[in-house]
Structures are given as structure tokens and as C-alpha cells.
Ligand binder design. Structure first.
Ligand SMILES: C[S@@+](CC[C@H](N)C(=O)[O-])C[C@H]1O[C@@H](n2cnc3c(N)ncnc32)[C@H](O)[C@@H]1O
Length: 290
């Protein structure tokens, strides 16, 4: 496990996403996570590839119409809306960011659209054992107290129901220089209180009452996200004085994001960082799950 040198408390995570709201949306669109490409020949733009990752997660969660689904760390609610509008799920999404929730509400409002809560996952207040599935895309690494985070994932699910999560992980083969120059600064700058290995997430899952069904290392299929984001950020900075000011203003605590991106590219290139996908089933299966 890599730990951050700064206390990455939920208030700091909320401030990060509120502060970067317009900037993140201008670079990524509504899905604030990596894109998923099928291989080098796949030239899909980042908006299609990010939606592709959400669709992959949803397919693995095996959603059926009417299912109750929780989207942990839902960002702008884009995955929640896909679940509700294209799969007929009844969805609750949670984010710490009031700006993200306000956007999600502003583009929602259709019958059956997700309920969006501004709430810390660790204090989610959702009922025991009601969810047919939980999805969590690139958000758990922002949360302190991982045993509690995983216990809440298990608590809200029905026995036999599925959790599909993706997250930023440290590779198993640690090198002091990679921890020092890449992973720890990524934790500090990205507001990640800790970054775990895949094996550690496996232990957290089984400790919380899950059976691990599948793990995939998606790193090679997602790492192209960062060069595309760099090109977009540079193009925007060239044509938009406001974006230039955002990146150059020393008083702006969020401009640190610009430093993290080259580190992320180096972390993928040196295989220090892994983008992991886990499919797990809540044990105590009623009817053996699905
Ligand atoms: C990288 S964004 C991913 C957003 C979304 N899953 C997506 O894929 O577009 C991380 C999200 O995690 C949320 N988050 C981080 N810590 C959280 C916590 N303790 N409780 C609820 N949400 C949290 C943030 O508010 C943000 O929406």
C-alpha cells in the first residue's frame, strides 16, 4: 500500500472535484474516468472510449430491468444515466461533489432517472441488502478507511449480488524510486489517501464477505487516455486565456493536476501503476447469484 503524505480527507476530495468541475468536463465530457480501447487499431475518440468502459462494467454487472443499482462515486452521473435509461435499472448515485451532483440533476429529470446524493460512501445510509448490483468506477482509491468502504459495499448488496469496480492500483513489484517519484506524488496530487495492490483489494473483498470472480488488468487498454488529455489540455490552453490562467496561476491549488498527468503517463509506461477491474459476488448467495 502507498499512503499519501497529505491528509486526503473527503472535504479535500470534494473541493478537488468542485474546483475542477468545468475544466474536467471540458477535457473528458460527462464520464470522468479512463477510456477503454480494444487495441492499437481502435481510434475511438475519448468520449466513446470512456462510455465504452462504463458499458463494459455494466455488462459484467449483469443488470436486468428493474434492478436496484448503486453507483458509488458517480461523478456527473453518466454511468448512472446509462444504467437507468438503457438498462431500466433503478439507480442511486453518490458523489462528494456538489458541483457534479448539480450537473447530474440539471441533465436528468426524465422519468426513471437516477437519484443523485451528495454523500460520503462511508456514511451512505442506504438500507441493508437491497441492491441487486453495485458499480464503482475509479473512486474507491479516494476513500480513507478501506475496510469500512468495502464493508459498506457488502452491506448494501443482496446475498449473491454483484459488485464491479475499477480502480487505480499499485503494481505488486515495488521499486523505491517508482514509489517516491510516481506513486506517492500521484496519491498526494490526486487526493488519494492510499493506493493498494490488486492482491490487497482481493483481501479487502474477501474480508468484507465477497467471492472474487474475476480480475483484469486493463492498463494497456486504458493508458492512451492520458496522451489524449494532454493534447486537449494544451490545445485549450493555446486558444483559451481562461484555461491558460487556470494552469499558470500559482495560487490555484488545482493546477497541480497538470503535474500529475505526466506522472501518470510515466507510471503506466514503467508499469508502476495498474488499472484494475474486479468482479465480485456477495457471499451467502440466495439462488446462487447470477
Ligand atoms: C474519478 S471520479 C469518477 C466519477 C465516476 N465514477 C465516473 O466514472 O465518471 C471520482 C468520484 O468519486 C467520488 N468520491 C470520492 N470519494 C468519495 C466518497 N467518500 N463518497 C462518495 N463519493 C466519493 C467523487 O466525488 C467523484 O465523483
Amino acid at each position: 500500500m502507498i499512503t499519501s503524505r497529505q491528509p486526503a480527507v473527503p472535504a479535500a476530495v470534494a473541493a478537488h472535484y468542485d474546483g475542477l468541475d468545468a475544466y474536467y468536463r471540458s477535457l473528458w465530457g460527462e464520464h470522468v474516468h479512463h477510456g477503454l480501447w480494444s487495441g492499437p487499431a481502435d481510434r475511438a475518440p475519448v468520449e466513446i472510449a470512456t462510455r465504452g468502459l462504463a458499458e463494459y462494467v455494466i455488462a459484467l454487472a449483469r443488470i436486468e430491468p428493474g434492478d436496484r443499482v448503486v453507483d458509488v462515486g458517480c461523478g456527473y452521473g453518466a454511468t448512472s444515466r446509462l444504467l437507468a435509461r438503457e438498462h431500466g435499472a433503478r439507480v442511486t448515485g453518490l458523489t462528494l461533489s456538489a458541483a457534479q451532483a448539480a450537473y447530474a440533476v440539471s441533465v436528468g429529470g426524465r422519468p426513471g432517472d437516477p437519484e443523485i446524493l451528495v454523500r460520503d460512501w462511508r456514511e451512505n445510509g442506504l438500507p441493508d441488502g437491497e441492491a441487486d448490483a453495485v458499480v464503482a468506477i475509479e473512486c474507491l482509491s479516494h476513500m480513507p478507511d478501506k475496510p469500512r468502504v468495502f464493508a459498506e459495499l457488502a452491506r448494501v448488496l443482496k446475498p449473491g449480488a454483484r459488485l464491479v469496480l475499477t480502480d487505480w492500483l499499485a503494481c505488486e513489484q515495488r521499486r523505491p524510486w517508482r514509489d517516491r517519484a510516481l506513486l506517492r506524488p500521484i496519491c498526494d496530487e490526486g487526493r488519494l489517501p492510499s493506493m493498494h495492490t490488486a492482491a490487497e483489494y482481493g483481501e479487502l473483498l474477501t474480508g468484507a464477505g465477497f467471492e472474487l470472480l474475476r480480475f483484469e488488468d486493463l492498463s494497456r487498454r486504458v493508458s492512451r487516455t492520458w496522451p489524449i488529455i494532454v493534447r486537449r489540455a494544451l490545445a485549450r490552453a493555446l486558444r483559451d486565456p481562461e484555461a491558460r490562467r487556470f494552469l499558470l496561476d500559482r495560487g490555484n491549488p488545482d493546477r497541480i493536476f497538470a503535474l500529475t498527468v505526466p506522472r501518470l503517463m510515466a507510471a503506466y509506461a514503467t508499469r508502476a501503476m495498474v488499472q484494475g477491474l474486479f468482479v465480485a459476488q456477495r457471499t451467502g448467495a440466495a439462488g446462487g447469484g447470477r
